[in-house]
Ligand binder design. Structure first.
Ligand code: ADP
Length: 397
């Protein structure tokens, strides 16, 4: 069966058409600048040339229509007709406490997702718009929602509660949810199978290090803790997000810089992280590494704070799980940045971990980067959220 995987943002839409039997990607791409001037479709059929089509996309409906047209296009399409799309898998960011697993999309299910909108006001409404647009254009195709939060619903209460008055949990469900769940789930399973570990008898730490970054602790295949919280702002220092800070800093800055809550939140989400720490050199680690190599102190500081925070979370999760069998690095940085991996692993000698310098240079596949006699195994496991969504979709329909 061919599964169309859709990941809808407020002004963008990423898609992949995947053959679920072979798990081959038939075509992929994205729509950019939906609802704003200069919208365009990027379409890449497997083995073919990348095509870019500029065309107005006032809403997600036009965007999805353009994707479908491209998929069946006589010249560069990859299927003869839309009847060859057997199902659609949608990424949905926040499922609150309502969704501990993926769910077939029904009116009732969509109403429950809508109730989670307050928890992810930037993401969930966009996801819902994408789902509605797909339903209009493909009314008879079964669809599934796959949640970023679902994998972490197995966290115990002691891990998900904040030290805040309990009434706010009761009233508003303020608690830690965690994100990147599809990736943490996929990578922890891949890691276990790559190392020949029994997932049902394993303690795994997954470091999903991209522009957004999070760490998770996975015991016997179930998430027991993760670094992101009510929102993706908590935890690690990220590309532009602060991660954990003393909340009293907000009051201090509000007074000193005369900032209101929207300005403060924008600063925490968009001007902080390694971008802010480097005194605004860049949020991209490649730029930071170039600058650090030339001795730029701002870049050196930003990288050091980032790595140290990851190492501290790993240490915390080793304590939480009373041990660890294996650690995975994944996502943009985790998969590609040899220096980040080297510098984080330098903190982990107490676990009997030693870096295999040669393997650490390899790219693009599952690879063991700890030496063969390291007590705890460390591997790079490329994530594939689209494939995970495709698998979940097929499993549910
Ligand atoms: P997100 O999906 O959260 O936007 P990604 O997982 O794509 O983020 O990761 C983006 C990060 O990965 C950037 O900081 C970028 O510098 C880093 N990255 C991507 N490719 C490389 C590479 N070849 N070498 C070093 N860092 C890389």
């Amino acid at each position: 069966m061919n599964v169309l995987v859709i990941n809808c943002g407020s002004s963008s839409l990423k898609y992949q058409l995947i053959n679920s039997e072979t798990e081959a990607v038939l075509a992929k791409g994205l729509c950019e600048r939906i609802g704003i001037e200069g919208s365009r479709l990027v379409y890449q059929p497997a083995g073919g040339e990348k095509e870019i089509t500029e065309s107005p996309m006032p809403t997600h409906k036009e965007a999805i229509q353009m994707v479908l047209d491209a998929l069946v296009n006589e010249k560069s399409g990859v299927i003869a007709s839309l009847s060859e799309v057997g199902a659609v898998g949608h990424r949905v960011v926040h499922g609150g406490e309502k969704f501990a697993s993926s769910a077939v999309i029904t009116e009732e299910m969509l109403a429950a997702v809508e109730e989670c909108n307050d928890l992810a006001p930037l993401h969930n409404p966009a996801n819902l718009i994408g789902i509605r647009a797909c339903q209009e254009l493909m009314p008879n195709v079964p669809m599934v929602g796959v949640f970023d939060t679902a994998f972490h619903q197995t966290m115990p209460e002691k891990a998900y509660m904040y030290g805040l008055p309990y009434e706010y949990y009761k009233k508003y469900k303020i608690r830690r949810y965690g994100f990147h769940g599809t990736s943490h789930s996929f990578v922890s399973k891949e890691l276990a199978s790559f190392l020949g570990l029994d997932i049902n008898n394993s303690k795994i730490i997954v470091c999903h290090l991209g522009n957004g970054a999070s760490v998770s602790a996975v015991v016997n295949g179930k998430s027991v803790d993760t670094s992101m919280g009510l929102t993706p702002l908590e935890g690690l220092v990220m590309g532009t997000r602060s991660g954990d800070i003393d909340p009293a800093i907000l009051e201090f800055l509000a007074h000193k810089e005369n900032m209101d809550i929207d300005e403060l939140m924008s600063m925490l989400n968009k001007k902080s992280g390694v971008y802010g720490l480097s005194d605004y050199i860049s949020s991209d680690f490649r730029d930071l590494e170039d600058a650090a190599e030339k001795g730029d102190e701002n870049a050196i500081r930003a990288r050091a704070v980032f790595n140290y925070r990851v190492a501290k979370y790993i240490g915390g999760y080793v304590a939480a799980m009373n041990g660890v069998d294996a650690i995975a690095f994944t996502a943009g940085l985790g998969e590609n940045d040899t220096l980040v991996r080297r510098d984080i692993m330098a903190y982990l000698g107490y676990l009997g971990i030693e870096l295999d310098e040669e393997n650490n240079k390899l790219r693009g596949k599952d690879v063991l980067i700890s030496t063969p006699d390291s007590k705890v195994k460390v591997a790079v496991i490329p994530t594939n959220e689209e494939l995970a969504i495709c698998r979940e979709t097929v499993a549910l329909i």
